[in-house]
Ligand binder design. Structure first.
Ligand code: HEM
Ligand code: HEM
Length: 278
């Protein structure tokens, strides 16, 4: 079979099959099982599904630790992530069957909702992981971010050289662009990407207006200046877009990880309360 190997199909669909198998098994047991008083977390199947669910949550959380143990022997991170995704999806079914669909305004349902939220954010994360690299490559045309920033520096040198042959007013605009064009910054600036006000764009527009108002100013040097400023503008947009994509990626983990911790707290509350107060 040709086609792309992604984390979703890792190891000849091993984890996909295992996740599907777990889902099928728990659904079959749920349909077959007829506990007194209807399906609920307190029947033997209910306990089994609950314990398997809690075990899976512990194991899925462990991924955060495993991810940071670089150079450790064992399966590669891709295998871990593939397993994480498919078993995480199976968890949605296993834990939901555990509840017997007895939802209400209580800590048990809160734990379930936080779990579904964590899983939902995981799905968004996978979609991001699978599409982002292609968008990044297309944006930077295969170059690294440092290459693009290096190109900006080269254009700056050429701009300084070209600005010697134009009048003072135009020269001031070139200086305005030089050194005032940051890529990145605070989180909000990063997330806005190319949609930030930029000294280089201001300089480009100002010079275009000045030249179109007074055609006599147009010269070979000015045309070169405009072409360099446009090129710098394009490069800055590409660099800011890359920084923007990376920032959104980090922001996604800001949802997945805190949801995980909130889930662990609510789950502890759920298990303690069924043992001590039921
Ligand atoms: C060690 C693992 C677990 C144990 C021992 C356990 C135990 C129980 C028990 C005994 C019940 C029945 C309570 C009743 O019928 O009144 C129950 C219900 C429930 N469990 Fe769990 N559970 C576990 C894991 C989970 C997990 C992982 C979730 C989801 C995140 C979850 C969510 C729920 C919900 C929403 C209910 C229904 C609550 C209700 O009946 O009002 N449980 N659980
Ligand atoms: C309740 C279930 C889940 C829990 C508790 C959980 C927990 C975690 C944790 C702790 C991390 C490590 C994050 C870090 O420290 O950087 C992580 C990463 C991740 N999870 Fe989940 N997860 C769950 C379900 C899912 C699901 C269902 C998916 C996908 C469908 C998913 C996709 C991911 C992805 C893509 C990563 C990032 C891997 C990376 O940074 O390289 N998760 N998860």
């Amino acid at each position: 079979m040709g086609g792309h190997r992604t984390i979703l199909t890792y190891g000849r669909h091993l984890w996909l099959k295992l996740g599907m198998g777990l889902i099928a098994l728990s659904c079959a047991a749920y349909v077959w099982h007829e506990p007194i008083g209807g399906p609920n977390g307190g029947s033997w199947l209910g306990y089994t599904l609950g314990i398997v669910g809690a075990g899976l949550i512990g194991w899925l959380t462990w991924f955060g630790v495993r991810k940071r143990q670089h150079g450790r022997a064992g399966p590669p991170l891709q295998a871990w992530l593939s397993a994480h995704v498919h078993l995480g999806l199976a968890l949605a079914v296993i834990a939901t069957l555990h509840t017997g669909f007895q939802f209400g305004p209580n800590i048990h349902t809160l734990a379930w909702a936080l779990m579904m939220g964590t899983i939902g954010s995981g799905v968004v994360g996978v979609a991001v992981y699978l599409t982002l690299p292609r968008i990044q490559t297309a944006n930077l045309r295969g170059r690294a971010l440092t290459d693009v920033l290096q190109e900006v520096a080269t254009v700056d040198v050429e701009l300084r050289r070209a600005s010697r042959d134009v009048d003072d007013e135009l020269n001031r605009w070139v200086q305005h662009s030089d050194g005032h064009c940051k890529v990145g910054g605070g989180l909000f600036t990063q997330l806005r990407g190319p949609n930030v006000s930029c000294a280089n764009d201001e300089a480009l527009t100002a010079i275009q207006v000045l030249v179109s108002d007074d055609r006599h100013r147009e010269s070979q040097a000015v045309r070169q200046l405009l072409s360099l400023l446009s090129r710098k503008s394009r490069l800055l947009s590409q660099a800011r877009r890359e920084v923007q994509l990376r920032a959104w990626l980090r922001l996604w983990l800001f949802a997945h990880v805190p949801l995980t911790f909130a889930l662990l707290v609510a789950l502890a509350g759920h298990v303690l309360s069924v043992f001590f107060f039921w």
